[in-house]
Design a protein around this ligand. Structure first.
Ligand code: G6P
Length: 615
């Protein structure tokens, strides 16, 4: 978590850093800070709160046209979010200043050692320990900043992406990474440092992504020098051409990124299957699967590892893989899988799903699977992300940047990619007929149009949201393919409106949640005509007889449930396997409108961050 930005070149650094931090606020937003460097030295400004508050504070405090600087937006790990714990942090001498994304796990031991040597600490952070450790190494070993960073980081245990400046060497910034992302944009005689490319996309399309265990010295007017932290060997960096555009990371007339991203889903899904699914030829082409087809076809089972919304996409995948490809699937929270000594076999295929491609627990689950000889397939959105690089093969979702912290288009594009893989394997294995395969492709091609149709009922959903906005709790029920959608619907509501919500398989209601139902309890029931419709109708009756308020997501033309429900939201008909792609849409909109009506910060809900690089 946390976003870092830096600039070194010929432009005024401050506006680049502030704008960059705003784009990285999805990574954390409880405090922020900036340090600018000029002939007078280091100018520091930091505050509790969002980047907008930092900008207000700094415009009065900072009086410099510096062309070098660093900035940070924080998601607190060590030490509460306050002015003092905000980054950047200075070393005791005041010569070094650092920003850090990650956790130094052995900071307490290091802190005691440094205190014994006379160092004082003003904050509660692990980062302040790191900057002083670097200072101590400089003192003891009489080495330059780059070398001191290498030595200090060899003593540190944990994860980091750092940028550090030494006022005794005013033309350079040193960066390093292990476990947290770090990109360096390369312009004309200028460099941009950031947690991802969004802060510098309007200035340059050339970037280097530092690999784990690498450090780089960035100097004005010089080439960037990358080295391995461990053995000091020089690495030739790979310069990538970025595909991202500025309009993809701006709100484009929408009030919130989340709403924009909900509306982007038809196009995002088209982008996901474009070039892969060729209904006219009756084929699905996916290089990552084609090149390793035998791994999938001989898989004893598939284990999906993921967190949050991506885990819900994994649950949908369980239904679709078992249904269409007849491969057994287990879906694991990456955070549980990594620590519970799981049985992993060489014939297991691990599918790691992650929007950001940076989630620490998912990354650790991948490493564990690889150590045990399993084949790892990554489904990521962010191109070049750590998980995509650590996987043996993979498929990008091509959803474009997702900035709203509550995931929307990442979820539906993940389901799309996973559906394509399941269909492809089903055809190869003969578990679905060629004619069914072709019908599935034709139907999948229609899904974006059907989502567009579902988005047209936004006004109606607004009214439903108004009706339920003051609920204290909410239950979400679904069966089969729509059970994971119920979980995802409940997660969306909790995340952004802070209303307590639970998702359940509809039939499980009678084993507990039914006790909660009274006239105060809204129950969202996904009751599409496919699947176990009759069973769900019975569940709806059970809720009604206990006076629960029913919001039903039904298929166009529905009769039975519509007669009983208090509010009905209709979506177009589709194949059962694709219903999650449609039933999700009204649930996203419902949560969004309730959160807006309650005055919540939809794009940056409290305590959450989009990229969770700590465990
Ligand atoms: C955080 C985000 C969620 C996301 C989860 C997993 O909790 O707020 O939206 O689903 O991390 O992230 P990933 O990038 O691995 O999909």
């Amino acid at each position: 978590m946390c976003g870092i930005v830096g600039y070194i070149g010929h432009r005024e650094a401050y506006p680049i850093i502030i704008k960059g931090l705003q784009r990285l606020e999805y990574r954390g937003y409880d405090s922020a800070g900036v340090a600018l460097f000029d002939k007078q030295g280091i100018h520091l400004c930091k505050t509790k709160g969002k980047v907008a508050e930092l900008a207000t504070k700094c415009s009065a405090d900072l009086n410099t046209q510096a062309v070098m600087g660093i900035g940070h937006t924080r998601w607190a790990t060590h030490g509460e979010p306050n002015d003092i714990n905000s980054h950047p942090h200075l070393s005791n001498s005041g010569d070094l200043v650092i920003i850090h994304n990650g956790i130094i796990e052995n900071y307490e031991t290091l802190k005691i050692e440094l205190e014994n040597r006379g160092y004082n600490f003003t904050s509660d952070t692990d980062t302040e320990v790191l900057v002083n450790l670097i200072e101590e190494v400089q003192k003891q070993e009489k080495v330059k900043l780059g070398k001191a960073v290498q030595v200090a980081l060899s003593q540190a245990v944990g994860a980091y992406a750092i940028a550090i400046y030494d006022r005794k060497k005013p033309n350079e910034i040193v960066v390093a990474r292990l476990g947290s992302p770090l990109a360096v944009g390369i312009g004309d005689n200028e460099f941009f440092i950031a947690s991802d490319a969004s802060p510098f996309i309007e200035y340059t399309k050339s970037a280097i992504y530092l690999e784990d265990g690498e450090t780089a010295v960035i100097r004005i007017g010089k080439e960037i020098k990358v080295r391995k932290i461990k053995n000091d060997s020089i690495v030739k960096p790979y310069v990538q051409e970025l595909q991202m555009n500025l309009d993809q990371i701006e709100k484009g007339g929408f009030d919130h990124f989340m709403l924009k991203e909900i509306y982007e889903q038809p196009e995002a899904i088209r982008d996901t299957y474009r070039g892969r699914m060729l209904p006219e030829k009756g084929i699905i082409r996916m290089a990552g699967v084609d090149d390793h087809l035998s791994k999938f076809l001989n898989a004893r089972r598939i284990i999906v590892v993921a967190c949050g919304t991506s885990w819900h996409a994994g649950l949908v995948a369980e239904y679709i893989f078992e249904d269409l490809a007849r491969i057994p699937v287990e879906v694991e929270y990456a955070s549980e899988f990594r620590y519970r000594n799981p049985v992993i076999n060489k014939n297991d295929v691990i599918i790691a799903i992650s929007q950001s491609g940076e989630t620490a627990d998912t990354m650790a689950a991948i490493n564990l699977a690889k150590e045990n000889g399993a084949f790892v397939f990554g489904v990521c959105n962010v191109v070049g992300s750590s998980i995509s690089r650590a996987s043996d093969a993979g498929a990008y979702t091509h959803a474009g940047p997702e900035i709203g912290v509550a995931s929307t288009k990442a979820f539906t594009t993940q389901i799309t990619v996973l559906s394509l893989i399941a269909l492809k394997l089903g055809k190869e294995k003969g578990s679905i007929s060629i004619s069914d395969f072709n019908m599935y492709l034709q139907e999948l091609e229609l899904i974006p149009d059907k989502i567009e149709k579902s988005l047209q009922i936004n006004e109606h959903i607004l009214k439903v949201a108004d009706f339920y906005k003051n609920a204290k709790n909410c239950l979400y029920l679904g069966r089969g393919y729509n059970f994971p959608v119920a979980l995802e619907g409940a997660l969306k509501l909790k995340e952004i409106s802070y209303i307590h919500a639970e998702g359940y398989p509809a039939a499980e209601m009678k084993h507990g949640p039914i006790a909660l139902i009274d006239e105060e309890m809204p129950v969202v029931v996904i009751a599409t005509r496919k699947g176990h419709y009759d069973k769900v109708v019975s569940n709806v009756q059970e809720i009604k007889s206990r006076k629960g308020k029913i919001i039903a997501i039904v298929t166009d033309g529905d009769q039975q449930v519509s007669k009983i429900a208090d509010h009905v939201i209709s979506i177009p008909d589709t194949f059962e396997a694709f219903t999650p792609l449609l039933t999700t849409i009204p649930l996203q909109l419902l949560s969004y409108h309730i959160a807006v009506m309650l005055g919540k910060n939809v794009d940056q809900p409290r305590n959450l961050a989009k990229s969770v690089t700590v465990e």
